[in-house]
Design a protein around this ligand. Structure first.
Ligand SMILES: [Mn+2]
Length: 477
């Protein structure tokens, strides 16, 4: 008989949590934890991962069952648990996807190639309870202040759902959100991001733009939402999520605004993005100029953010508040896994299906800035092809800075194996390709390299016999 867990279908956050708990990949913290700083500090003792400095590591999901506010003297309970790290390890994502972790990029590729459109339904569990008066966000929801370098309480895993007013195209995107009032939040929305471009169309007519912010996501929607421009202007990420899930993601009409919400979310904020109204993210803080720790491992600078008015909150009965800690493995994977699928897709379209055997968007680059491409050369003619592949990867993710090329005898997920290839197979005078003056990640433009580079650590075809790895009796090779 198969174990019952192997029969379990993941359809929403709750089923993802119970599958993870069955696999001893979830821990519960029963001690009271204050949403202000204490909860995230505790999380990082159990899980989190690079680029947060050690002793954090990639670890289990952490479910905080007793979340409070008001400091040690008050400890006012929320009656709502907070879960962190639902998609914060590759092993966990592989379990949700039903594949080995080496196959994750190929599962993503398959979903990109065979999307399943979202389905409109009349009722969603995300609307079991509706709160449309006396909204007071930080009292009603356990919204954490993440770090000593954060300017306030932030929603880091709130997924915006918008519909283009002209084309009807749907989109989901994560944006950095801070609470700035009882029913007011800010969202940092750069030009080029899809919902920002939709909102601009309304803004040019001086109209507000309705969006839902969905909290408590199924892992397929959570990962697919990491699809990043330039890919996907005409792609509803929910259709990729549907393909990963194997059935359509369901959406439901919002109660107070003309927008859609995810039917399976735990909590939905129904919001209107105000036209031509922005606030600096540090508006309420004395940490002027800063916002919060960001994906590359540094403290982000305060941006000029859109102002949103929250018209209603809907939620399930006994909702679970989900959050993500930045930087860390969860952010790395949400950004990196879609990009791995995109790079495979681009490589296959350009004739490199046999040459590229796997791809990893390294956690060292926040799942965005550093790609490792694994290559299988077939002849001496393939000695120069890998660098073309690297250029394709750099063009697929505009913000990418570095590509490392290795042969297929290198474990691309093992940093020490990568260092070994770099040390023994990389000759800087011949194997370094520098691309200057190309767009990279603007957030670090002033103080970290903006030049892109390809590090070709593959062995020349004619050297492959001399550079082969040794073999041992009874040892896998
Ligand atoms: Mn999009």
């Amino acid at each position: 008989m198969p174990k019952s867990s192997s029969m379990k279908v993941v359809t929403d956050l709750r089923s993802a949590l119970s599958l993870s708990e069955e696999h001893h990949d979830l821990i519960r913290i029963k001690d009271p934890m204050d949403v202000n700083l204490e909860l995230v500090g505790e999380y990082l003792k159990h899980a989190g991962g690079s680029p947060v400095p050690q002793p954090t590591r990639v670890g289990p999901i952490v479910l905080f069952e007793n979340v409070v506010r008001g400091g040690a003297a008050k400890k006012i309970p929320y009656n709502m648990p907070v879960v962190v790290g639902v998609v914060a390890s590759r092993e966990r994502v592989a379990r949700y996807f039903g594949v080995t972790k080496e196959k994750i990029p190929f599962k993503m590729l398959d979903a990109l190639q065979h999307p399943i459109a979202p389905k409109k339904v009349n009722n969603g569990s995300s609307q079991e309870v509706v709160v449309d008066r006396e909204i007071n966000l930080t009292k009603q929801l356990p919204i954490p202040t993440m770090s000593l370098d954060s300017v306030g309480p932030s929603i880091t895993e709130g997924l915006l759902r918008g519909i283009d007013p002209e084309t009807g195209q749907g989109d989901v995107t994560f944006h950095r959100i801070f609470v700035v009032g009882r029913d007011r939040i800010t969202a940092l929305m750069f030009r080029g991001r899809h919902i920002k471009e939709m909102q601009r169309k309304a803004e040019l007519k001086n109209r507000s733009f309705p969006v839902s912010i969905n909290i408590g996501l199924d892992p397929f929607t959570n990962i697919s939402a990491g699809i990043f421009p330039p890919t996907g202007a005409d792609l509803d990420e929910l259709s990729v999520a549907g393909a990963l899930k194997g059935s359509p993601i369901e959406v439901v009409k919002c109660r107070s605004i003309d927008a859609e919400a995810l039917a399976n979310a735990e909590i939905v904020l129904e919001c209107e993005i105000q036209p031509n109204e922005t606030l600096s993210e540090d508006v309420l803080s004395d940490k002027k100029g800063w916002s919060m720790p960001e994906m590359a491992g540094y403290v982000g600078v305060a941006g000029s953010a859109q102002v949103l008015k929250v018209k209603a909150i809907t939620h399930r009965k006994n909702p679970i508040f989900q959050t993500l800690v930045t930087p860390g493995e969860e952010h790395n994977l949400i950004t990196g896994i879609p990009c791995e699928g995109e790079i495979l897709n681009a490589a296959y379209r350009t004739g490199y299906k046999d040459l590229l055997t796997n791809v990893y968007l390294s956690s060292a680059g926040g799942g965005k800035l550093l790609a490792i491409l694994q290559i299988k050369k077939r002849s001496a003619r393939d000695d120069t092809e890998p660098r073309n592949l690297a250029l394709i990867a750099l063009a697929t993710m505009h913000e990418m800075k570095s590509v490392i090329l290795v042969d297929d005898d290198v474990n691309i997920w093992d940093p020490m194996d990568l260092w070994w290839a770099f040390t023994t197979r990389f000759k800087p005078t011949e194997d370094l390709v520098v691309i200057d003056g190309a767009r990279s990640w603007p957030g670090l433009a002033d103080y970290i390299q903006t030049t892109k580079a390809i590090y070709d650590c593959t062995v020349p075809w004619n050297e492959r016999e001399r550079m082969r790895r040794p073999r041992w009796l009874g040892y896998p090779s």
